[in-house]
Design a protein around this ligand. Structure first.
Ligand SMILES: [Zn+2]
Ligand SMILES: [Zn+2]
Length: 349
């Protein structure tokens, strides 16, 4: 079904586009995809090896010839360092003290990744989540890595550290590109109608005021295509009765917020090359997130070739934990490490 200005009409596709601005549905707009032009679920093309120009930064052109993931953030909602750790007169938090240093790998913003891959027409940048600290992440990594456009955002769930940065996308839609498609589950779109009501229905915005121009595409728990890249949702529990989505693209599986993987999701994780998985703290799980022991248990079960953990809180000392994880390579042949903000990982799509 398509919902436009609150009206429902039948959709020819299982993937539903919602737009509050009818001009976004204009086929003459080269940046717009109409419902009818949404590609069917065809097998994804193999990795392209031609070079594409991503953008120009300080006069330097960045070419992209290999698909990659860039970690925009790898930390918990409040960010690392925690402000309260730095102001505590009685306790010294060693991880947060290290995280203050620029470039330290314990310095972590809200979890999210950017998938960058070459296309015949140029480079495609797809974000998974844009949380509260999206502006700071983008400020840090977009110029450094020559990233200019945001070709789509795919949303895992509607917590603030996953969608809090949607407002900041105005800089792109005002100055770089006409709009950004947002792929979101219906339940999370319902949340956005409240948290970001002025982005969902821009008719409430004072004329002349510029806000992010977003197009909302409702996704279901089945595969969908974004710019020729197939995404398979990986439904997981993120606390009791709260659903979050991981995503598989190529042989990469990304699950940033999980407390339990339901049985039906495991088959979707088969033959995974790179698993990016939630691991909040070193000692135990919380009610909404895997801790390291549970995350490792899952890695043994899923058997990916390589695992990178994300979503770490301030109890996770990057170097110390990684040193311990390295030993698992010798003892069990497990390739597991913590990721860090700004990490780039080449992938095959
Ligand atoms: Zn701390
Ligand atoms: Zn969450």
């Amino acid at each position: 079904m398509i919902l436009t200005h609150g009206a429902l009409r039948p959709s020819p596709s299982s993937l539903t586009r919602l737009s509050h601005l009818t001009r976004h549905l204009n086929n003459n707009n080269p940046f717009s995809i109409s419902v009818n032009s949404i590609p069917q679920f065809t097998p994804i093309r193999s990795a392209s090896h031609h070079k594409s120009i991503s953008s120009v930064e300080n006069g330097e052109q960045v070419s992209v010839d290999q698909p990659e993931i860039i970690f925009m953030g790898t930390g918990t909602s409040e960010g690392i360092p925690r402000v309260s750790c730095l102001t505590d007169p009685f306790k010294k938090c060693t991880v947060c003290a290290k995280a203050v240093e620029p470039g330290n790998k314990n310095r972590r913003l809200n979890t999210g990744i950017l998938i960058r891959f070459p296309k015949p027409t140029g480079v495609c940048n797809i974000l998974i989540d844009a949380g509260k600290f999206f502006y700071q992440s983008a400020l840090r990594w977009f110029p450094a890595y020559g990233i200019r456009t945001i070709d789509a955002v795919v949303i895992t769930h509607s917590h603030a550290d996953a969608i809090g940065g949607l407002d900041d996308l105005r800089d792109w839609t005002n100055n770089v590109q006409p709009h950004i498609p947002i792929y979101v589950a219906e339940r999370d779109f319902e949340v956005m109608k409240k948290t970001h009501y002025y982005l969902v229905d821009t008719s409430v915005v004072t004329p002349g005021a510029a806000v992010s121009e977003l197009q909302f595409d409702i996704i279901h728990e089945k595969p969908f295509i974004v710019h020729d890249l197939k995404f398979t949702p990986l439904p997981v529990w993120h606390g009791r009765n709260y659903r979050s989505l991981g995503f598989r693209f190529g042989d990469v599986c990304y699950i940033s917020d999980v407390s339990e993987i339901p049985d039906e999701t495991y088959p979707l994780l088969r033959d995974c090359e790179i698993l990016i998985m939630d691991a909040l703290r070193p000692d135990r799980s919380s009610s909404t997130h895997f801790g390291l022991p549970k995350a490792l248990e899952e890695v043994r079960k899923i058997k990916p070739k390589r695992t990178l953990f994300t979503g770490m809180m301030h109890l996770m000392d990057h170097d110390k934990v990684n040193e311990g994880l390295l030993k698992l390579m010798e003892t069990e042949g497990l390739d597991v490490q913590l990721s860090y903000d700004g990490l780039r990982v080449p992938i095959n799509l």
